[in-house]
Structures are given as C-alpha cells and as structure tokens.
Design a protein around this ligand. Structure first.
Ligand code: RB5
Length: 155
C-alpha cells in the first residue's frame, strides 16, 4: 500500500514523524512536502496547494491513501475535498478515523499539528490504515456523495 503525506509550514515536524512511523510499519511512503531547506529554513507552503497536490495523487491512483496536516487539518482537507474522487476527513481521535474508512470510504485523513500530539496522531493513523470500507448500506451513501460532486461540477 502506498501512502502519500503532505503538509503546510505549520505541520512539518509532525508530518516528518508520521512519515517515519508509517515507513517503519512497512508501508511505501511518498513525502510531498513541505519540508525544511538545506539551511534548516522552513519552505513555506499554502495549504490549498498541498491539499490539491495530494488530492490529485489519490484521485489518479498514484497513491492509495493520503495523510494531510496543517495547523488545524481543516484548510488542507477542505482543499483536498475539492478534487473529484477525494473524500478527506479531519480526525482528532481514533474512533472517527476508523469510522471514516468503514462508513465514508475516506481516502484521505487529515489532522492538525496544533490540535493533536505525536502519539495521538499515531493512534489516529493506525486506526485509519487498518480499517476497511464496509460497503453495504454505506455504499449507497458514498454514491450519494459522488452524485453531489457530479451534479455540481461545472461542465
Ligand atoms: C497556517 O497558519 C494555518 O492557517 C493553516 O495551517 C491551517 O490551520 C488552516 O486550516
């Protein structure tokens, strides 16, 4: 399974910790940045740009799941959700992370570096990556989400 990570300048340290954690678990990881430059300076990045970049990578099948981080997780997830095919959910605890896979078939999880600590972020990510979509009655609702996207996209 290929996991892509993206963040704005507010979440570089948490993102790097999550990449290392998930790599250690044996997943293939792609780091879309942002990062520090060679002088240790933050490479600034606006969250909409990173949300779109990782959203497109998920939608195209380049990666299986995306993990996005900004200060709150809100701006970057809202941006990713504008890419057709993306279902991105901000989660601040593990229960929602599990349910957003099982019920919403989310393909991106987001969290806020100013909201969750490293250990909680690891637990959230563990739940997200180990849960499967349950289909059944949830498929019909996820199809309704896709239908909203279709009906409201510009021709
Ligand atoms: C950046 O300061 C901050 O606005 C951003 O990381 C995020 O929290 C937006 O939703």
């Amino acid at each position: 399974m290929k996991i892509g990570f993206g963040c704005d300048h507010a979440a570089i340290d948490l993102k790097n910790e999550m990449v290392a954690y998930v790599k250690e678990k044996g997943y293939e990881c792609i780091d879309y940045g942002t990062n520090y430059d060679e002088n240790g300076e933050i490479i600034k990045c606006d969250y909409p740009a990173k949300g779109e970049e990782v959203g497109r990578a998920v939608a195209s099948g380049e990666i299986d799941y995306g993990v996005l981080m900004c200060g709150t997780g809100i701006g970057i997830s809202v941006s990713a959700n504008k890419v057709p095919g993306v279902i991105a959910a901000v989660c601040s605890e593990p229960y929602s992370a599990r349910l957003t896979r099982q019920h919403n078939n989310a393909n991106i999880i987001a969290f806020g570096a100013r909201v969750v600590g490293t250990e909680l972020a690891k637990m959230i990510l563990d739940e997200f990556l180990s849960a499967d979509f349950e289909g059944g009655r949830h498929q019909r609702r996820v199809d309704m989400i896709s239908d909203i996207e279709r009906r409201n996209s510009k021709k």
